[in-house]
Design a protein around this ligand. Structure first.
Ligand code: SAH
Length: 288
């Protein structure tokens, strides 16, 4: 995600803005005005420019576009960290706690050493996918967030399916440490069982506590490990369950998709013309 399209506006305009499939952020500026930002992977299409212009209708200036070199992205997000909205989720840092509004599900995540602040298209895409599953009324009692990073997706699921037991895993012990802090910060209970989130350091599903099947599996990793782990990950999805994969580029999507299709999963969503598509599958059959 390397483009930021922004426009100054009023607080009401910033808060009303909502664009399916586009990650928006809004924050109060030092002068008391507000700024609406759209984070984009490519130069914005005309309809996105139009939408931002309409949202920020009080702005005297047309929306402005800024390019961020990839290497500056982490620094940028760590420095400004405007809140991100995806579905009903509102991902924010302490400095922006006042931007949380009723009806939104808050996830407080500070920029730090682990991946997953919500600003990357893959994280936002997974949050939207989780949101859609919840809105559709998907019944979920066990969740797996493979490659949890900051724990943002595990938290997002745990806040939505309050009685589910959620597992977050990461190959990187540092990520698990960060995720543990984020559970505390978001008043989520760490532990085994219903209504709790358990965290484990593990490479893929090779861990005794990761055995079994899940109604919702999210894995935002990278194309190559997703393909390598397809047998394990596909097996972990229970009949009637949902799988969300991200971290792959558009040109890698087909091969990742095929690796899961041959393992009995059916396509629920395959977005086109997006740099970081988020693939959604379901496992046929009745939930047991
Ligand atoms: N879920 C977060 C973080 C995604 S970044 C989000 O959506 O924003 C991907 C994470 O996967 C990293 O923290 C990385 O350490 C972890 N990871 C990479 N390979 C892995 C593997 N084989 N098994 C488990 N975790 C892995």
């Amino acid at each position: 995600m390397t483009w930021v399209l922004w426009a100054d506006c009023t607080q009401a305009e910033a808060e009303a803005a909502d664009l399916p499939g586009v990650t928006l952020g809004a924050h109060e500026k030092d002068d008391g005005g507000w700024r609406l930002e759209a984070y984009l992977e490519e130069r914005p299409a005309e309809w996105i420019l139009d939408a931002i212009r309409v949202f920020a209708r009080s702005s005297p200036m047309p929306p402005q576009l800024r390019h961020l070199p990839d290497r500056d992205w982490v620094k940028y997000s760590a420095g400004t960290m405007t809140p991100v909205r995806a579905g009903r989720y509102h991902v924010y840092t302490e400095a922006h706690a006042h931007t949380l509004r009723p009806g939104r599900i808050g996830l407080r995540i500070e920029a730090g050493r682990a991946f997953g602040t919500g600003h990357h298209a893959t994280t936002a895409g997974c949050l939207e996918a989780i949101d859609r599953a919840a809105r559709r009324g998907q019944r979920v009692s066990r969740v797996l967030d493979l490659g949890t990073g900051t724990g943002v997706l595990a938290l997002a699921a745990a806040k939505r399916w309050r009685r589910a037991s959620t597992v977050g895993s990461d190959i990187d012990p540092m990520a698990i440490e960060v995720a543990r802090g984020n559970l505390r910060q978001n008043a989520a209970r760490e532990g085994r069982g219903r209504g709790m989130v358990e965290l484990h350091v593990a490479a893929g599903l090779r861990h005794p506590r990761l055995r079994g099947r899940y109604d919702l599996v999210v894995a935002n990793i990278l194309a190559r490990p997703l393909r390598a782990m397809a047998p394990d990950i596909a097996r972990a999805v229970t009949p009637g369950g949902r799988l969300v994969l991200a971290g792959l580029l558009e040109r890698q999507a087909r091969r990742v998709w095929a690796a899961y299709r041959v393992r009995g999963l059916v396509t629920a969503r395959y977005p086109r013309r997006t740099a970081w598509p988020c693939l959604e599958f379901s496992r046929p059959g009745r939930r047991r």
